[in-house]
Write a protein that binds this ligand. Structure first.
Ligand code: HEM
Length: 466
């Protein structure tokens, strides 16, 4: 009897182990390690530099390998062809997926959690609101925000934390993009509450009093109340400006107020930390490459002279089109820093990918950073060299804004925002990075340690008018 019991237990354990290692045993899963039961390779990924984790596995297993992260089996891909399939040509087989805490705090109706009809409807609207023709008219407002930020630095008595300052800038610009130029009584309240909300984004979705998630959910409720007041007023007055106005006027979709609120928070989330982090890297790379900074300054001085000759006018969209070198510096910063290192999708059915099977329910992670740092596509990938963008990169080798159905609809707006700030920073100020450290912190995007402390001095005596 005892022998039989031991045999049954041993068989069950072997069965569990077998299923853990090779679910769907007769199909060909990608190579790789699933790590320990349940924990998988989570600790390995989160206790070391994530680039090391991806690079070592890619070297060992190739461009498609399996792993097990945060309780989910997953497949990581770093070939342009596989990325194309997952993000674009077979995108219908891979739905976006986010941690539960993020989805509930941002709001489940935000477009990036969706797939299919609701997503395409909203996406058309968001993309139209941030298309080059729509954002042309925002340059003056963005410029006012940039000038206000920079002039506040003139009185700084201690080093400036670049990331924190860029977050202020990107937040203000994001608010303009979603609410338009109108001054709303609730704007300041929204700003304060949003700062509290984002503290919960990376928490566990445990809704018990006292937990970070519980606190953030209460903040989210308070944010909703303020947004509802704005929405109610605007419904009576024709919608108003910004993405909010466009959503209120979108008769075909007839969005509910809660769906509109979720998408307002969603766009602030998507636009804010991303742009601030890239701006921080821009200042770091320009500081570390003085010859390049000099060449960029020459380009920006040329534009500044033109503005002076034409009656001290402000920047326009067309001026930003003349910033060719500065734009290449932004492109190279996006590649080199690759702040969105990867994205998550989930297979909605069993999918065959380059000879392997990805079982239904498995996560798929296109590794943007690994692709951006492949020497076949970007020779000497660790060198900061904007001239590589004098020639367009091969398709699906350069995806700082993603690709396919969920690619970033705010990419042109983000670039505009960065060009406007750089123009004024470079022509009016100098900055010096404090400390020689090259360390990086992850929170969640990679950023120079401490947020890049800088000291700023004025380059021109004349003060800038706002
Ligand atoms: C430099 C700054 C930015 C970077 C690097 C960036 C990057 C990205 C990436 C990689 C994606 C695709 C994610 C995926 O496929 O899962 C994305 C999506 C998105 N981004 Fe951005 N983004 C930036 C700025 C912005 C701005 C300024 C806005 C809005 C004004 C914005 C709005 C969005 C939205 C709404 C989505 C979701 C699109 C969808 O699911 O259809 N982003 N972004």
């Amino acid at each position: 009897m005892m022998i039989l019991l031991v045999a049954v237990v041993a068989l069950a354990a072997a069965g569990i182990l077998f299923r853990w290692c090779e679910p769907g045993s007769n199909r060909r899963l990608p190579p790789g390690s699933m790590g320990w039961p349940y924990i998988g390779e989570t600790l390995k990924l989160y206790t070391q530099n994530p680039n090391f984790f991806f690079a070592t596995r890619r070297k060992r297993y190739g461009n498609i390998f399996k792993s097990h992260i945060l309780g989910c089996p997953c497949v990581m891909i770093s070939s342009p062809e596989a990325a194309k399939m997952v993000l674009a040509s077979k995108a219908h087989l891979f739905k976006p997926t986010y941690p539960q805490s993020k989805e509930r705090l941002i709001g489940p109706a935000a477009l990036f959690f969706h797939h299919g009809h609701y997503h395409s409807l909203l996406r058309r609207l968001v993309a139209a609101s941030f298309s080059p023709s729509a954002v042309r008219g925002s340059v003056a407002a963005v410029q006012t925000i940039a000038l206000k930020l920079l002039s506040s630095w003139e009185h700084a008595t201690s080093p400036i934390c670049t990331l924190q300052e860029m977050k202020k800038y990107a937040f203000e610009v994001a608010m303009i993009s979603v609410l338009g130029g109108e001054v709303e009584a609730e704007t300041e309240g929204i700003r304060c509450l949003y700062g509290e909300l984002e503290k919960g984004y990376n928490s566990m979705a445990v809704d018990i009093p006292g937990s970070p998630f519980y606190k953030a959910m209460r903040v989210r409720k308070a944010l909703n109340e303020r947004l509802m007041r704005i929405i109610e007023r605007r419904r009576e007055n024709g919608g108003g400006g910004g993405l909010l106005g466009n959503m209120l006027r979108m008769e075909a979709a007839e969005l509910r107020d809660s769906e509109i609120a979720d998408n307002v928070i969603g766009v602030i989330f998507a636009a804010h930390d991303t742009t601030a982090t890239v701006l921080t890297w821009l200042l770091k790379y320009l500081h570390d490459n003085p010859n390049l900074l000099q060449a960029v300054a020459v380009e920006q001085e040329g534009i500044r002279r033109k503005l002076q000759v034409e009656g001290e006018r402000g920047l326009t969209w067309d001026d930003t089109r003349d910033m060719l070198l500065t734009s290449r510096v932004i492109q190279e910063t996006l590649r080199s820093a690759s702040i969105v290192s990867f994205t998550f999708r989930e297979a909605v059915e069993d999918v065959e990918l380059q000879g392997y099977v990805i079982p239904k329910g498995w996560k798929v992670l296109p590794l943007f950073r690994s692709i951006h740092h492949t020497s076949d596509f970007f020779p000497h990938p660790h060198k900061f060299d904007p001239s590589r963008f004098e020639v367009s990169p091969r398709p699906y080798t350069y995806m700082p804004f993603g690709n396919g159905v969920h690619s970033c609809p705010g990419s042109e707006f983000a670039k505009l925002e960065m060009l406007v700030l750089l123009h004024h920073l470079i022509t009016f100020y100098r900055w010096r990075v404090i400390g020689e450290e090259d360390a990086i912190q992850y929170g969640p995007f990679p950023v120079p340690k401490g947020g890049l402390l800088i000291q700023v001095t004025q380059r021109r005596r004349e003060s800038i008018s706002i």
